[in-house]
Design a protein around this ligand. Structure first.
Ligand code: ATP
Ligand code: MG
Length: 445
């Protein structure tokens, strides 16, 4: 079959159109395939970014949590060290190289009698802090620890007077010295106990050594006294009488000395009963009050007194001796004798602090230890055994006695005695029971 030219043309055109359509379809298919790939690629890269940002977010959250935990730990450890420092019963002092105070805990402040909110300058100026700073300086100079050094603080009223001090140098991680840490404990009670024991022992030794001699002495004296009394003064020539009278009066005063000494030296045997210190002081005051009033003065008893298990007779003798000394000190002075027993009870420490104060000339600092020694006296007729006996009685009641200055500038004999707490008499206000006012300056009134 033969085709016409126009058929050939039509066939050619149709083939061309078909080719073009195939080409277009192929191009469209390629386009859609590329678009699909692109979309898939795009979808993949989007999830990676999300993952990355999630990971970053998680890391940041973790870091923040870690940061918070570290801050909480630091705060907790700071709080803990603060609590440890403030609840330490020992004193803690941390000092820098140039003496700057970095830490002084409340127990340390209490021992040094420094107020809570005290500035470092006040600390440096405080005479009670000085002995501690000296040990710190020594440690820094030697760059080695000082262990359990006993330090005596200047007294500022009742309180801590002896410290046990340990100081160690403080160095950083490179071994560079940058300060010192000082721990100190209160040894006052231990020292008091040591002192009491020492006194008890030495008093017992004195007693043992001398009581026998004193007995012999007293026997000899009694014989001399007896013979001198046998001498009939009227039968003697007048010129001899003063000699015999002299022998009699001297032997009498000597036997008084020996009796006093034996009282002092005799081993202490306490007859213990419940004793009210207030009643004892009042009775001792009553004994001496007439003599004080006769001089235009008075004896007063003030404050709160405790109860203790003690020897009533010996304790009364102790207070009588103290009041007698106070009166004797005031005699001859310009002002009438004003003597006061002032007492307070430290319920926490179960201690009774009693001061016997007068307005006499006082006791000079150099004599404040010596007045307690047997036979120390400044009086023509004194035996010098009064205060020695007082000290012995107080020490055997586990107390202590020391000399101070009274508010009137006279002597203040200050006693500390352990008492059972909570024994304010009759539940009355402190001082009401024993505060005795005697307005009469004139003995006749
Ligand atoms: N309140 C006081 N004021 C001033 N000095 C005092 C006081 N108490 C005691 N003294 C001094 O202490 C010394 C010793 O006193 P102590 O009582 O031991 O002996 P004394 O009073 O001299 O003699 P004695 O008590 O045997 O009669 C006294 O001589 C006196 O110098
Ligand atoms: Mg005396």
């Amino acid at each position: 079959m033969s085709l016409t030219p126009s058929a050939y043309t039509l066939l050619g055109l149709t083939a061309l159109v078909a080719a073009l359509a195939a080409l277009l379809t192929f191009a469209l298919l390629r386009f859609f395939a590329a678009a699909h790939d692109t979309r898939r690629d795009l979808r993949g890269s989007g999830s990676e970014t999300t993952l990355l940002s999630a990971a970053l977010q998680e890391a940041v959250t973790k870091l923040r949590a870690q940061e918070r935990a570290t801050a909480a730990r630091a705060e907790a450890s700071e709080r803990l060290s603060g609590e440890i420092i403030s609840s330490l019963t020992a004193g803690l002092l941390v000092v820098g190289l140039h003496g700057e105070i970095r830490i002084l805990n409340p127990a340390g402040r209490r021992m040094l009698n420094l107020p809570e909110a005290d500035s470092p300058e006040t600390f440096h100026r405080s005479p009670r802090a000085q002995p501690l700073l000296d040990v710190v300086d020594e440690c820094l100079a030697q760059q080695s620890a000082i262990v359990r050094r006993a330090v005596v603080l200047p007294e500022a009223g009742p309180g801590v007077t002896h410290l046990g001090v340990t100081v160690s140098p403080l160095s950083d991680q490179h071994g560079q010295l940058h300060g010192a840490i000082c721990l100190f404990t209160d040894l006052t009670a231990v020292k008091d106990l040591e002192e009491q024991l020492r006194l008890k022992e030495s008093l017992a030794t004195v007693g043992e050594l001398t009581a026998g001699i004193a007995h012999e002495f007293r026997n000899g004296l009694a014989t001399i006294q007896g013979y001198s009394k046998l001498v009939d003064l009227n039968a003697l020539p007048a010129s001899y009488r003063p000699y015999v009278e002299g022998i009699r009066s001297e032997t009498e005063s000597l036997s008084q000395v020996v009796t006093n000494f034996l009282n002092f030296a005799r081993p202490a045997q306490l007859t213990l009963t419940p004793v009210d210190l207030g009643a004892i002081c009042e009775r001792a005051a009553e004994e001496i009050r007439p003599d004080a009033r006769a001089l235009g003065g008075d004896v007063e008893v003030h404050g709160e007194f405790g109860l203790l298990e003690g020897d009533e007779v010996l304790l009364r003798q102790a207070f009588s001796n103290l009041l007698r000394n106070a009166l004797e000190a005031c005699v001859g002075g310009t002002a009438p004798p004003q003597i006061a027993i002032q007492s307070e009870v430290d319920a926490a420490l179960k201690l009774s602090r009693i001061a016997v104060n007068d307005n006499g000339p006082g006791i000079p600092p150099a004599l404040r230890e010596r007045v307690f020694r047997p036979f120390f006296t400044s009086k023509r007729n004194g035996t010098g055994l009064g205060l020695a006996l007082v000290q012995k009685i107080i020490v055997f009641h586990n107390g202590r006695i020391q000399v101070g200055v009274s508010p009137a500038g006279g002597a203040s004999l200050q006693l500390t005695l352990p008492v059972s707490a909570g024994h304010a008499r009759d539940g009355r206000e402190p001082g009401s029971e024993f505060h005795t006012r005697h307005p009469a300056k004139n003995p006749a009134s």
